[in-house]
Design a protein around this ligand. Structure first.
Ligand code: GLN
Length: 457
């Protein structure tokens, strides 16, 4: 049986395009056809941009013919619907932005466009990236392609499911506490959440600004590294962007593992992990050992503080970020408001779903005068302790390994009435988001590069 185009890895696509085995137009058409026939049962895409993708593929073919193509030219991909795209709806999975068409491109979008990559469409996600199952989307849940009765994980569930079902060779995502790593794991593909500041957040709709980071889903680590080469880099439009020079992320892919010190945190291998998940991690670790790596027991003693501090800091930041959505500037506005206050209230009540409202309420409470020190400030102190754990651990090991989440993909509806059990999905992923926040020097003494504290009047 001959291999079909959606089964190719990125390097094979690059070679095929250059050798003229197929054109960018044919490749894009192949994926658009797959989306057309298969997405109705998966719900990965909120918007499919047939025309835009075809036009970009046409341009890509011209660059390839003229010999001035970038390595990624002609490779189609999808964006999580959190990245602003000029002329294509950017909903962030919310009714609030169902009518929002951004007038500009996010930096990540701009970079991939400049490389000549056609955008197939925008993928489904938990509303404002809040969730671990993709069930909080205004556009309905995404189905896990391996078992459509189960969730693909979240919040970047549409991107993960699209790559797993080969409805896109690559898709972008964002990760505030696990939203790239957990859905990648639950759909059996590879995802990378780069270090905070490595990929620009400009034009990526903010959920919790000190934790949010853009990244990517692909079939394997090599494909992720290739696309990261195009996405990463300093951006003066993002005040938290890293000025450190980028590397070629493909350079070390074939490096031998002899002598690599792999840290195994005791706290990530306890009873909370399903037996099946633990067994598959152990068998992967055996492989690493057989290839010459050394397994080292380490401790991240403050792991248990990650969920309580994250679920204060993330709601606090989101309550500030989402305050701009008030029905005045853009987004949903209620019908026939009686007065200004009625417009604010009803626009927000109608536009946001229940998980988003829950977090805005928690965050506003935690930031209000009188409670700030007791909750928000305390959570920031815990954050420091979590960071110190990682700094100490990395003094001894090269990498830290462990499960991504305690379970495999769960059934749709299984956890939707139990927010706390849903929050536990990210117990192993969110600590690193808390640990890796950074700021450019001029912001060093501030909690954030913007005013966040609220007062009750
Ligand atoms: N599941 C976590 C949350 O709901 C993480 C989400 C994310 O990384 N965007 O906040």
């Amino acid at each position: 049986m001959t291999k079909e185009l959606h089964q190719y890895g990125i390097r094979e696509l690059q070679t095929g395009l250059r050798d003229g085995q197929f054109s960018a137009g044919e490749l894009t058409e192949h994926f658009l056809r797959r989306i057309d026939t298969l997405d109705a049962s998966l719900n990965c895409y909120i918007t499919v941009d047939n025309e835009g993708a075809r036009a970009a593929a046409n341009n890509a073919d011209q660059c390839l013919a003229a010999g001035n193509a970038d390595p990624m030219t002609g490779i189609p991909y999808a964006h999580k619907d959190i990245f602003c795209t000029d002329g294509i709806k950017t909903s962030c999975g919310s009714k609030m932005l169902d009518n929002f068409v951004s007038p500009y491109d996010a930096t990540v979008v701009e970079k991939l466009k400049q490389a000549g990559m056609p955008i197939l469409g925008k993928t489904n996600m938990d509303e404002f990236a809040m969730g671990s199952s993709n069930e909080s989307s205004f556009y309905g849940p995404v189905k896990n392609p391996w078992d459509t009765g189960r969730v693909p994980g979240g919040s970047s569930g549409g991107s993960a499911a699209a790559v797993a079902a080969r409805l896109a060779p690559i898709a972008t995502g964002s990760d505030t506490g696990g939203s790239i790593r957990q859905p990648a794991s639950l759909t059996g593909i590879t995802g990378i959440k780069p270090t905070y500041g490595r990929v620009s957040r400009f034009g990526m709709i903010a959920y919790a600004s000190s934790l949010d980071q853009g990244g990517v889903f692909a079939r394997d680590a090599a494909d992720c590294a290739l696309i990261l080469n195009t996405m990463a880099g300093f951006d003066e439009k993002d005040s938290t962007s890293s000025e450190q020079a980028t590397e070629d992320y493909t350079a070390n892919l074939a490096q031998p593992l002899q002598g690599l010190r792999i840290g195994l945190p005791a706290q990530y291998f306890d009873d909370a992990v399903d037996a099946g998940v633990a067994a598959s991690i152990r068998s992967a670790l055996d492989q690493y050992k057989a290839l010459g790596a050394e397994l080292v027991d380490i401790k991240l003693p403050n792991t248990k503080l990650a969920i309580p501090s994250y679920y204060l800091i993330a709601p606090a930041e989101c309550s500030a970020n989402l305050s701009r959505l008030d029905g005045v500037r853009y987004g949903h506005r209620c019908e026939d408001p009686a007065d200004l206050e009625d417009m604010y209230k009803r626009s927000r009540a109608e536009g946001f779903g229940s998980e988003v409202k829950r977090r805005i309420m928690v965050g506003t409470y935690a930031l209000s005068a009188g409670y700030y020190d007791a909750y928000y400030l305390k959570a920031q102190k815990l954050r420091r302790m979590i960071k110190d754990d990682f700094v100490a651990a990395f003094a001894d090991v090269d990498v830290i390994m462990g499960p991504v989440s305690p379970t495999t993909a769960f059934k749709i509806g299984e956890k939707s009435d139990d927010p706390v059990s849903m929050y536990l999905q990210d117990i192993y992923t969110l600590a690193i988001n808390l640990a890796s926040c950074r700021h450019r020097p001029r912001y060093q003494n501030q909690a954030f590069p913007f005013q966040i504290q609220y007062h009750w009047h």
